[in-house]
Design a protein around this ligand. Structure first.
Ligand SMILES: *[C@@H]1O[C@H](CO)[C@@H](O)[C@H](O)[C@H]1NC(C)=O
Ligand SMILES: *[C@@H]1O[C@H](CO)[C@@H](O)[C@H](O)[C@H]1NC(C)=O
Ligand SMILES: *[C@@H]1O[C@H](CO)[C@@H](O)[C@H](O)[C@H]1NC(C)=O
Ligand SMILES: *[C@@H]1O[C@H](CO)[C@@H](O)[C@H](O)[C@H]1NC(C)=O
Ligand SMILES: *[C@@H]1O[C@H](CO)[C@@H](O)[C@H](O)[C@H]1NC(C)=O
Ligand SMILES: *[C@@H]1O[C@H](CO)[C@@H](O)[C@H](O)[C@H]1NC(C)=O
Ligand SMILES: *[C@@H]1O[C@H](CO)[C@@H](O)[C@H](O)[C@H]1NC(C)=O
Length: 395
């Protein structure tokens, strides 16, 4: 993530060959004077605000009824130096400074829609409207003009409407955070095609429809957080092509298979939350990248689904799993003890399954006995028949 802004480097014009030019003692004071003069000149330029930027910013201030958050925004001072929430950068090979950063976050008294004047800050690389509970309405088309944006956070507000089509023009976006609003409609498929996108936060909205298959084009290491929406349908198998860093699609109504999200090649995955969906697949044969790899699976939450089969042995390796929950599924069979990782978690992480057994749950009563094929009693440790056989074999 790059919330950093590039401040004006006012000393950039100092010649690198100064040791040669300063060899004469007579020349030195004169040169120093010139250097200081140019430094002062650059600084006064840095203080200056580009009139177009100043105009746009003052319109944003007026749009929000001159809220106290904007008290430093006065025409008497330079926006690049004195105005809160604003930063500038010098355009390459020029002496022109333009506003490249605007963050309005957690301020009191900001209400109404996002002003279209933000679209008149064409050099913005970072735009943040965040933690503004009275910021309402849809994402305005003006934002589609900001093609230099690398980071766009419009999160923790009260925005409504869809994720608009014009965000597809923001091809330099690396981080898009629209989480914690009341956005509706489908997730547009162009988001998977934004070439620089590394983090997409759409969680805790009211989005519907499927996860776009185009998300299979996201780059490795991407942080994709879509949790707590109303997404439905199967997870596109194309997502199996990506080695996500964080994949959190919990709290939706996703159905069917998710086994392709596991695999030896998922080397960057350290957080997988599929909890609270309607996923139904056999976990037995899933694999995950080995513990010798530098990336580690730290969080694995599969709870509240209809996942069946057994817990695979790779789960037992301590360094892979930090937070773990498979409760409320239809898993069966012994909890892997090899590696010992799963025994760090209390029984609640395994509860409400079909017939998981072994520490931290009660011992498997028939570990070496065939699971009976007939009847509802075919669960490990729960069948009278199995128990009898087990006791018999112990004698
Ligand atoms: C905001 O300030 C500007 C400039 O001082 C002024 O013209 C305008 O009337 C003010 N608006 C409100 C709503 O106070
Ligand atoms: C949001 O608006 C309500 C009602 O006008 C007001 O009481 C509240 O202080 C506002 N919140 C913020 C953070 O400005
Ligand atoms: C995209 O972002 C990179 C890195 O911040 C920057 O160097 C580049 O100039 C940007 N490109 C465009 C077209 O905005
Ligand atoms: C996974 O997501 C669910 C639903 O949003 C949430 O309740 C749970 O705390 C998450 N699990 C972890 C380990 O973050
Ligand atoms: C992403 O990771 C997958 C396997 O995890 C690998 O096959 C693919 O080549 C990687 N892609 C890039 C662009 O590095
Ligand atoms: C799950 O897969 C394993 C291995 O392929 C298989 O033996 C088992 O019968 C499957 N479980 C169910 C419940 O389908
Ligand atoms: C696992 O998830 C269940 C259901 O959400 C919860 O009650 C339990 O406390 C969790 N256990 C652990 C160890 O996280």
């Amino acid at each position: 993530m790059k919330i950093t802004t590039r401040h004006a480097k006012t000393h950039q014009n100092i010649p690198s060959s100064k040791h040669h030019t300063m060899s004469s003692h007579h020349f030195f004071p004169c040169l120093l004077f010139l250097l200081l003069l140019s430094l002062h000149h650059s600084l006064s330029l840095a203080k200056r605000c580009h009139p177009d930027d100043e105009d746009a910013l003052l319109r944003i201030k007026a749009h929000f009824n001159n809220a106290t958050a904007f008290s430093t925004w006065t025409p008497q001072t330079a926006c690049c130096r004195k105005w809160n929430m604003v930063m500038c950068k010098r355009l390459p090979n020029t002496k022109i400074f333009r506003v490249n950063f605007l963050e309005i976050s957690g301020e009191e008294g900001i209400s109404g829609v996002i002003p279209s004047a933000v679209g008149d800050l064409p050099y913005l690389e970072t735009l943040i409207f965040r933690l503004l509970p009275n910021l309402t309405g849809p994402i305005p088309p003006a934002i589609g003009k900001l093609t230099q944006l690398g980071l766009l956070f419009l999160n923790w507000n009260d925005l409504t409407g869809p994720i608009p089509p014009f965000l597809s023009r923001l091809t330099n976006l690396s981080t898009l955070g629209l989480n914690n609003n009341r956005l509706t409609g489908r997730i547009p498929s162009y988001l998977g095609r934004l070439p620089n996108l590394g983090a997409l936060w759409l969680y805790q909205n009211q989005l519907t429809g499927p996860i776009p298959a185009s998300f299979g084009y996201l780059q490795n290491g991407t942080v994709l957080q879509l949790y707590d929406n109303q997404l439905s349908g199967p997870i596109p198998t194309s997502l199996g092509r990506v080695s996500f860093g964080i994949l959190d699609i919990a709290g939706n109504q996703l159905t069917g298979d998710a086994s392709f999200l596991f695999g030896e090649d998922k080397q960057q995955l350290n957080h997988l939350n599929l909890s609270r969906n309607k996923l139904s697949f056999n976990l037995t044969n899933t694999v995950m990248s080995g513990i010798e790899l530098e990336a580690e699976l730290l969080v694995l939450d599969l709870s509240h689904n209809m996942i069946y089969g057994q817990l695979p042995t790779w789960l037992g390796h301590a360094s892979i799993v930090y937070q773990f929950n498979v409760s409320y599924n239809q898993l069966c069979g012994p909890i892997p003890t090899e590696g010992g990782a799963l025994q760090k978690f209390d029984a609640s992480a395994f509860s409400h399954n079909k017939c998981l057994c072994g520490a931290p749950l009660p011992p498997c009563t028939a570990t070496h006995t065939r699971v009976p094929r007939d009847g509802q009693a075919g669960c490990w440790g729960q069948s009278k028949l199995v128990k009898v056989r087990f006791i018999t074999s112990m004698r």
